[in-house]
Write a protein that binds this ligand. Structure first.
Ligand code: ACM
Length: 546
């Protein structure tokens, strides 16, 4: 008996030592974490105090969290105004909009924030501190004896205001439920911008009521796989699109998770699907056949920017996007736009002469200027900021004004610095290593995709945003974004496999102070996420998990 007691005591000491040694599995790592000793244990019914002065939107955040928590744990949460409640929310207007303080003692949990987003992020952190990933995943827990939280004091705020992820649904259409899953995981990692790449040469994915053929024709092509090299189009009728009702449902879902959606219509390049729908005014050669593209790469079949109806089309699309997406930004693409068709078109040549230029790239800029003027005339509630890929910085003689945001992808560090020096805002989404559709290893388990396996979890993690940028330019840098291009990826599960866990690495670059970011420590904290992915039903790259 005595030996048993001794062994038990020894085992307890060992467990305590292991617990003290292992970091809390928090991703992204908060700005400051001070672990104490002991734990808070949830009673079967817990009181949560939300003072009325915190406002209805904080109450809505809390109620959604409480419903989810009860569903997973079976613990009832009664939301009220009891000053001695075990969970206390307090307004602290001294904190930044997304910042929060979370203090867990043996007796209570105190959360302070200035804005609903801060309370929301505090609750995401709280979920990660629980003994099971079931609450994060929104499923019933089956593996927990006691619901506890470690005693800890966390003071947290993001490094960057823009923490984004882009999904290309132009090449492949995945549908609402996949987007909701993605938004859930983004929110768990405190990512706050979903850049929705909705149009491509290979498919137009958003209903525009004034131009029904965009989706009746432009959302469908005669092959699921996209041809490239040895891979040939398969002849299968394939596609899909979001109705405006679907898109509004996604908007609400994102808003509940403090994610802004940035819709992108990539014009005038990457637009063959639109050209196929309305060749009579969008194409440079309407006498020829135009179909939704079946191939990878960059199609030369761009929008005829000199056609007045093409300009009107773009304005009308912006108007409908503005009505669907009540957020600050619209992305108009601007990357990889060949000028060959303009060069061969008499009306384009005349327009170029009329603006006094000999550089066909200036036609693209001239097109955007007309769209900028259109937006500028709208009422304040319909104003939108425009984002472009970094190609619009170069190759033209009529640069756009500084009131645009540059998303830097090719030669990203240099392009972002150039944009910042010109007084523009910029976002870092470097192709290498933040295009997380590229192979993440050379293991035989890796699905087909682009790249050479060098965009590993570690390489993605170790990218240092804004390295060497002088302090006076840093304010132009809004943040970071991972991008997922889908030319090679037909199935949503493969998108997930390639995306996770690398999206977690990018999320940490967006949130955590650079001096705290260490890959071995991240890898340690990452281990708990395998369970989260499994419970949430998303696939992931398994090779970095033990
Ligand atoms: C891009 O990768 N073409 C923005």
């Amino acid at each position: 008996m005595k030996l048993r007691t001794l062994l038990l005591a020894l085992a307890c000491v060992c467990v305590a030592l292991v617990q003290a040694a292992s970091p809390l599995s928090l991703i992204p790592l908060p700005a400051s974490v001070q672990q104490g000793s002991g734990q808070f244990t949830f009673p079967a019914k817990v009181q949560l105090c939300v003072p009325s002065y915190t406002g209805d939107s904080v109450k809505a955040v809390v109620k959604r969290w409480a419903g989810n928590f009860t569903k997973s744990t079976g613990i009832k949460v009664s939301v009220g105004k009891k000053a001695n409640a075990a969970i206390q929310l307090r307004l602290n207007s001294g904190l930044a909009p997304e910042a929060y303080d979370l203090q867990v003692t043996r007796e209570r949990i105190v959360i302070e924030a200035a804005r609903p987003a801060g309370f929301f992020y505090a609750l995401q952190t709280l979920n990660q501190l629980l003994p099971s990933r079931a609450v994060m995943a929104g499923v019933k827990a089956t593996d927990v004896q006691a619901w506890t939280l470690p005693v800890v004091t966390i003071k947290d705020h993001p490094r960057f205001e823009w923490r984004g992820f882009m999904l290309d649904e132009g090449r492949h259409f995945y549908g609402k439920e996949e987007i909701k899953k993605l938004l859930d995981v983004m929110a768990a990692y405190k990512l706050n911008r979903f850049h929705w790449h909705l149009t491509e040469d290979q498919g137009w994915r958003i209903e525009i009521k004034k131009y029904p053929l965009l989706t009746e024709v432009g959302a469908w092509r005669n092959s699921k796989v996209l041809g490239w090299g040895e891979v040939k189009p398969d002849g299968q009728r394939y596609g899909g699109y979001y109705t405006q009702k679907d898109a509004r449902e996604i908007v609400r879902y994102a808003q509940e998770r403090f994610i802004e959606i940035v819709p992108e219509v990539d014009i005038p390049g990457h637009s063959q699907a639109a050209v196929a729908a309305y060749p009579e005014f969008l194409s440079c050669d309407p006498q020829n056949q135009h179909e939704v593209w079946l191939w990878q790469g960059v199609s030369p079949d761009v929008i005829n920017v000199s056609h007045p109806q093409a300009v009107q089309f773009a304005k009308d699309v912006i108007d409908e996007l503005t009505a669907i997406f009540p957020f600050r930004y619209i992305h108009l693409g601007g990357d990889e736009c060949p000028t060959n068709k303009w060069e061969a078109n008499e009306a384009c040549r005349q327009q170029l002469a009329s603006i006094g230029s000999k550089n066909f790239r200036d036609l693209q800029i001239n097109f955007y200027r007309q769209l900028q003027d259109h937006i500028a005339q709208k009422p304040a509630s319909e104003q939108r900021q425009l984002i472009f890929w970094n190609e619009v910085l170069h190759g033209n003689t009529r640069p756009l004004g500084t009131d645009i945001t540059i998303m830097a992808w090719v030669g990203a560090d240099g392009a972002a610095k150039d944009a910042a020096q010109r007084g523009m805002k910029t976002i870092l989404s470097p192709q290498i290593p933040y295009y997380i559709n590229r192979r993440q290893s050379n293991l035989p388990t890796e699905p087909r995709s682009q790249g050479h396996g060098t965009e590993t979890v570690e390489a993605v993690y170790n990218y240092v945003p804004m390295a060497g940028i002088p302090a006076d330019l840093q304010q132009q840098y809004m943040g970071v974004q991972a991008n997922f291009w889908t030319e090679w990826v037909e199935e949503a599960s493969v998108v997930q496999y390639l995306m996770f866990p690398r999206l977690a690495a990018v999320a940490e670059a967006g949130w955590t102070p650079q001096q705290l970011r260490k890959y071995p420590d991240f890898l340690e904290r990452l281990q708990a996420e395998a369970k989260y992915y499994e419970l949430r039903g998303v696939d992931y790259g398994k090779h970095v998990f033990r």
